[in-house]
Design a protein around this ligand. Structure first.
Ligand code: PLP
Length: 411
């Protein structure tokens, strides 16, 4: 459910005309709906019933500071995967006690920053990583909170690149290794075991994989009970899929109800790390048609602005901002970049001609965050709509900013 809809044939974000947005800020631009973001966060937060819950939005899905503030105010904590994301979360005013640090390759500096900010947990993915964390914490004379990421060996996820929970993927450790790492925590003066975590993939359309992973987590919790190991939380990660082409999706309340059944009677709190299912439907990308040539619409947005179609062969619906009754044509929407892989949509049924404004849908997750300057294209603007108001939350890059970090001195 989102807040992008037609009024008298013109596409609106909440109560703001997208023609007006394009006039004011230009194209290509990302436009987000605040009501949609808040609605999706609430769909998670309000669904906890039996278990105490915490929703840590996955910052890598959409990391604009104003968006993070919005989600923080809606009650979210954050799941981060880098020092840069930690910095963003702190600047957005996040409560560090609601920050989870995930990812397989944390550097010493990133660990130090996390410890010094007193974050809730480091989700640890290997033995060497745990050893490094213990060393870094010892150097700071502090105790680092740890959750062990176990790999439940379930095969879920829409695309080969978004599966993370199989034995062959680089994430987490086996249940056997998890037990060894848990023992290591108890032997260290500088580590405190606080949780167990897993994350099985992204764009997952069925409950089954989540349930399989939760049952394995439960088995492990029961084994830990016998060793008198007490944990604060079980963190089941993110991964819930969204509707890109009219697919049926699992709703957050169904997921949470299912977890609460599996973990029934447990004292740990339940942490979730949704990204896509909170922000994907809350964003569109506005782009203008520069030219029409045969069955190609050449848009002013390209793969540097939205990488998902080129990287994952992802499908995004594209809607004309002004609806007409002219017959639809089957067209490919491509960008100006010098790569055959530079497309936004293939074989899409649409009515559009030169200078028309288009909205590429469902780009609020893994959209702007994956953009680059390839072909020396300045990054797009980001705009947040709140009812009948709109605000620029990241200005369009200009040419000076494009070269700002480079040496321009004469020899
Ligand atoms: C990417 C990621 C998420 C978010 O996944 P979504 O599919 O966007 O919900 C959550 N946790 C971890 C560890 C991740 O890497």
């Amino acid at each position: 459910m989102d807040h992008f809809h037609y009024k008298k044939g013109e596409l609106f974000a909440e109560e703001v005309s997208l023609n007006d947005v394009a006039k004011e800020y230009g194209t290509p631009s990302y436009v987000y709906s605040k009501a949609t973001l808040e609605r999706h966060a609430k769909a998670y937060i309000d669904s906890f019933d039996l278990m105490d819950g915490l929703v840590c939005f996955s910052v890598k899905a959409l990391s604009n500071i104003t968006i993070l503030k919005t989600l923080k105010n809606a009650g979210c904590g954050f799941d981060i995967v880098s020092g840069g994301e930690l910095h963003r979360a702190i600047v957005a005013g996040a409560d560090p006690r609601k920050i989870i640090f995930s990812g397989v390759g944390k550097s010493k500096a990133e660990m130090e920053a996390g410890i010094n900010n007193d974050i809730l947990s480091f989700n640890i993915e290997s033995g060497p990583e745990l050893d490094r964390l213990a060393n870094v914490a010892e150097g700071l004379n502090k105790i680092a909170p740890v959750a062990i990421r176990f790999n439940p060996n379930v095969d879920a996820g829409a695309h080969e690149f978004t599966k993370t929970g199989r034995k062959s993927d680089k994430f987490g450790v086996s249940v056997e290794s998890a037990k060894i790492l848990i023992k290591k925590c108890s032997e260290s003066d500088n580590l405190k075991l606080v949780g167990l975590t897993c994350h099985i993939g992204s764009q997952i359309m069925e409950l089954q994989g989540f349930q399989d992973a939760a049952k394995q987590a439960l088995d492990l919790l029961i084994e830990l009970d016998k060793l008198n190991v007490v944990l604060d939380f079980i963190d089941m990660g993110g991964g819930l899929g969204v509707n890109y082409i009219g697919e049926d999706t699992v709703q957050p309340f169904q997921l949470i109800k299912s977890y609460e059944e599996i973990f029934s009677g447990r004292k740990e709190r339940l942490i979730l790390e949704p990204g896509r299912s909170i922000s994907a439907n809350a964003g569109i990308m506005l782009t203008r048609v520069e030219y029409k040539k045969d069955n190609f619409l050449i848009a002013d947005a390209a793969m540097n602005d939205l990488l998902r179609p080129a990287l994952y062969q992802a499908h995004h619906d594209v809607w004309p901002v002004m609806k007409t009754d002219n017959p639809k044509e089957k067209l490919n929407i491509v960008g100006p970049i010098c790569e055959t892989g530079d497309f936004l949509a293939k074989d899409i049924n649409i009515v559009a001609s030169q200078n028309d404004l288009l909205a590429v849908k469902t780009v609020g997750a893994y959209g702007f965050v994956m953009s680059s300057n390839y072909n020396s294209r300045p990054r797009a603007a980001e705009i947040l709509v709140d009812k009948d108001k709109h605000a620029l939350i990241r200005k369009r890059e200009d040419y000076a900013e494009l070269i700002a970090l480079e040496d321009k001195e004469d020899d």
